[in-house]
Design a protein around this ligand. Structure first.
Ligand SMILES: *[C@@H]1O[C@H](CO)[C@@H](O)[C@H](O)[C@H]1NC(C)=O
Ligand SMILES: *[C@@H]1O[C@H](CO)[C@@H](O)[C@H](O)[C@H]1NC(C)=O
Length: 212
């Protein structure tokens, strides 16, 4: 009996530490208010409507006429204001033939990717540099653990479509090629910190629009 009570207290304390839900039902984002580590300020509940909890931006295919032949459409807070503070969000991934979402990380979340159409090759690299790769068909899923470098590419001959759920209302997306070659990190520092040749760095900065 004593053990059971201790267990119940343990579970209750876990639940209350997971979210604010013990004191309020939701915290729809008020983008005009300050943003803290757990998200945006809450919109006045009297002004919250069903529209705050729905998002139609993922209904339409993204434009894949670009260098990576891919489009990632995000439903993060505050664009999808209802997810604020709930520790969840969603993205749509359109990949034309040959399309790729380059190596990237999400600072704030693990990700579950669900293939809806086509064949997608997904993978991640763990902290000990082990590579985990999987080719996924329609209906199959893969999980990318939080903070690890991962990617997805179209492994088929036609278009591919996937949705992904992320364990944060605003997980962030940092693409490795963009961080290195679309930023103004001086080329000599890119060279010193990546061991790539200066020529290749200059070429990639031209492609990605970086400077310095
Ligand atoms: C897709 O993007 C390309 C390149 O930016 C643009 O030329 C084209 O008009 C866009 N297509 C649509 C349907 O928006
Ligand atoms: C798909 O992946 C396989 C390896 O699993 C590879 O041999 C093949 O070239 C890939 N096809 C495309 C179209 O990317």
């Amino acid at each position: 009996m004593k053990m059971m009570i201790i267990n119940i207290f343990f579970i209750l304390s876990l639940v209350s530490s997971i979210s604010f839900a013990s004191v309020q039902d939701f915290c729809v984002a008020d983008p005009s208010g300050p943003q803290g580590p757990s998200g945006f300020s809450c919109k006045n509940p009297d002004q919250v409507t069903a529209n705050d909890f729905a998002f139609s931006g993922l209904a339409k295919a993204g434009n894949t006429s670009n260098m990576i032949k891919a489009a990632v459409t995000t439903a993060f807070a505050p664009a999808f204001s209802g997810v604020n503070g709930l520790g969840i969000s969603v993205v749509r991934l359109d990949l034309a033939a040959g399309g790729v979402v380059p190596l990237h990380i999400h600072r704030g979340a693990s990700e579950v990717l669900i293939v809806i159409e086509g064949t997608i090759r997904g993978g991640f690299i763990s902290s000990d540099n082990k590579v985990y790769l999987k080719t996924l068909q329609k209906g199959e899923v893969i999980v990318f653990p939080q903070g690890l470098l991962h990617f997805a590419l179209n492994n088929g001959t036609g278009p591919a479509l996937a949705f992904a759920a992320l364990g944060s209302s605003n997980p962030g997306v940092q693409l490795v090629p963009s961080a290195l070659f679309a930023s103004d990190l001086p080329s000599e520092l890119v060279e010193a910190t990546t061991f790539l040749s200066r020529e290749e760095i200059r070429r990639l900065k031209r492609v990605f629009g970086g400077s310095n």
